[in-house]
Design a protein around this ligand. Structure first.
Ligand SMILES: *[C@@H]1O[C@H](CO)[C@@H](O)[C@H](O)[C@H]1NC(C)=O
Ligand SMILES: *[C@@H]1O[C@H](CO)[C@@H](O)[C@H](O)[C@H]1NC(C)=O
Length: 280
């Protein structure tokens, strides 16, 4: 095989692996983060870090966005056919600065979204919430990553915000029961810990809240288009202690708000006048 073909193949394999690692989040890239959320590895330069990450700066359907009634569709009939409680493995995914949870055991986690069926792959926390809702922002957003049961590899992500609890509200169990694991992860980032997750309120949230749909992208490299987003308008109550623990482990891991779907990519817009040497 010619050497350039071998190189192409090696690169392709690397990117395919990187894509499945980003979605499944089971990779161990160690401390050498391939991308970050600030500075010289942040979202403004993701497209310069790999030829396979061009969509981050060219695509016109990038996530996250400011969710508005005008630019998204309200969908009915969404359901999480999840068990009320289930055992998950929780760990820190250094690759994406995320606390992730993968289901343990043989239980099925099916979701019905837009009339189609999906299975849960993992869920994780973004701080602050990546989407905004009519310009309002939230301290946390949980992303429930689902893969289509009909079209392998086709992703639908459900976003549910966490907002500071009010009055006599108690923190949602999805936050409070993870406090112990988060405190361990803070000391040992390589720990993989079991956690019993209580989905009772989450199941109810998905059935009763207004869910806003749009066709966006992965909100991190390679920024692949065609990820279907279902964002709940109703946040889950979040306690300050739970927030502090999440914040210490995850740190800042949110991409900035992208242009409305169909509008020019903001980096393409910003760079319309870019020059190698601004003085020439
Ligand atoms: C990560 O997990 C997914 C799903 O279990 C699997 O398909 C994939 O091969 C795994 N990737 C690695 C690098 O282990
Ligand atoms: C979502 O966007 C992708 C990429 O542009 C497109 O191929 C796909 O048909 C769209 N899906 C839906 C359901 O609109």
């Amino acid at each position: 095989m010619p050497i350039f073909l071998q190189k192409c193949l090696a690169l392709f394999t690397l990117f395919t692996l990187a894509l499945s690692e980003t979605i499944f989040g089971n990779g161990t890239f160690g401390t050498d983060l391939p991308y970050g959320y600030s500075g010289a590895t942040g979202p403004n330069v993701w497209h310069q870090m790999s030829p396979a990450w061009q969509a981050c700066a060219t695509s016109k359907q990038q996530s996250p966005i400011n969710i508005r009634a005008k630019t998204t569709v309200s969908v009915l009939g969404s359901r999480f056919l999840y068990p009320q409680t289930a055992l998950f493995e929780v760990f820190y995914d250094a690759y994406a600065l995320r606390v992730q949870l993968h289901p343990l055991g043989n239980q099925e986690f099916t979701a019905v979204l837009g009339g189609r069926r999906y299975k849960l792959v993992q869920f994780h926390f973004q701080l602050p919430g990546e989407h905004t809702l009519e310009e309002g922002y939230f301290p946390v957003e949980i992303h429930f990553v689902h893969e289509s049961l009909d079209v392998p590899g086709k992703l639908a992500v459900v976003g549910i915000f966490g907002d500071f609890l009010k009055g006599s509200e108690a923190p949602d169990p999805v936050f409070s029961t993870l406090k112990v694991q988060l405190d361990i992860l803070l000391k040992d980032k390589t720990a993989r810990l079991p956690a019993r997750v209580d989905f009772k309120n989450i199941i109810k949230n998905i059935e009763t809240s207004t869910i806003r749909y749009y066709n966006g992208s992965l909100p991190f490299p390679p920024c692949t288009e065609g990820v279907l987003w279902y964002v709940s308008e109703t946040p889950l109550p979040l306690g300050n202690e739970e927030f502090q623990s999440l914040k210490k482990v995850t740190k800042f891991n949110s991409r900035h708000i992208q242009n409305d779907i169909g509008q020019p990519n903001l980096l393409a817009l910003a760079c319309g006048e870019c020059r190698e040497d601004p003085l020439v």
